[in-house]
Ligand binder design. Structure first.
Ligand code: NAD
Length: 255
């Protein structure tokens, strides 16, 4: 392949969950700028993302779907297939953080269940139903958004960490199961990003400073700094890469 083709994504169909804001919006816009048509999925209306994609001149459909609900995910995939006939790229980005940061000995089981339902069960359900379509259409690339919190522990965030660690092993298991169908499955592990999800952490200067001090680059990432890795994992440039965890963390895990 000519090197100029390595990052070509024109004409590909990409489905991004949790694309109404934050990292999901940034990824959807980045894929649209690269020539993809989009399926924008979220529990809330991703109207602003759809507007930005239209401004770029790319096509999109919006689907309201809670990733933890199998019926809604089946419906999401049906809508995607009826619009575009196939999905080439799936980005499992929808996620929620630890809700209360309460001591684990007092953590309500409902909070544990909610986080595991969205972050892990949701990723599994989207992989299952989009994966079935990718098998039928001859392949694709699945990118699961994990976290550095899926690799190292975080105090008072056991459910979030477990959900993100589970996402990594789900990624590896599917990579080896679906390689024969030409489906590549990879994970991305960002460290802290400047999004709504970390608004609470950034609101307190003391908390923010203590977190930033632990990062060699001494700052949180902009969501746009994750997009290049998504494009790489979507494109022909990564045709022999599957089952990997791509850490994007300002050097945090290198210490
Ligand atoms: P965010 O809160 O800004 O956006 C999350 C999006 O997911 C929202 O649009 C929300 O409506 C949607 N969503 C939530 N629950 C959903 C559900 N059940 N079904 C469908 N959509 C749902 O968060 P973000 O910072 O953009 O995070 C995106 C991903 O990146 C998450 O998986 C998160 O765990 C991961 N991540 C974030 C950070 C960080 O510091 N922000 C770090 C590492 C990994």
């Amino acid at each position: 392949m000519n090197a100029s083709e390595l990052f070509k994504l024109e004409g590909q169909i990409a489905l991004v969950t949790g694309s109404a804001q934050g990292l999901g919006r940034e990824i959807a816009v980045g894929l649209a700028q690269s020539g993809c048509s989009l399926v924008l999925a979220d529990v809330v209306d991703p109207a602003e993302t759809a507007r930005q994609v239209a401004e770029i001149g790319s096509r999109s459909i919006s689907v309201k779907a809670d990733v933890s609900d199998e019926a809604q995910i089946k419906n999401m995939v049906e809508k995607a297939i009826s619009e575009y006939k196939k999905v080439d790229i799936l980005v499992n980005n929808a996620g929620i953080s630890q809700l209360s940061f309460t001591a684990t000995e007092d953590l309500p089981v409902e909070e544990w269940d909610k986080i595991l339902d969205v972050n892990l069960r949701g990723t599994f359900l989207c992989c299952k139903h989009v994966g079935k379509q990718m098998i039928a259409s001859g392949g694709g690339s699945i990118i699961n958004i994990s976290s550095t919190a899926g690799i190292t522990g975080v105090v008072r965030a056991p459910a979030y960490c477990a959900s993100k660690a589970g996402t990594i092993l789900l990624t590896k298991s599917l990579a080896i199961e679906w390689a024969r169908y030409h489906i590549r499955v990879n994970a991305i592990a960002p460290h802290y990003l400047e999004t709504e999800l970390t608004k609470g952490l950034r609101a307190s200067e003391k908390v923010y400073d203590s977190l930033v001090k632990q990062i060699p680059m001494r700052r949180f990432a902009k969501p746009a700094e994750i997009v290049g890795t998504v494009l790489h994992l979507s494109a022909p440039a990564s045709s022999y890469i599957t089952g990997t965890v791509n850490v994007v963390d300002g050097g945090y895990l290198a210490q």
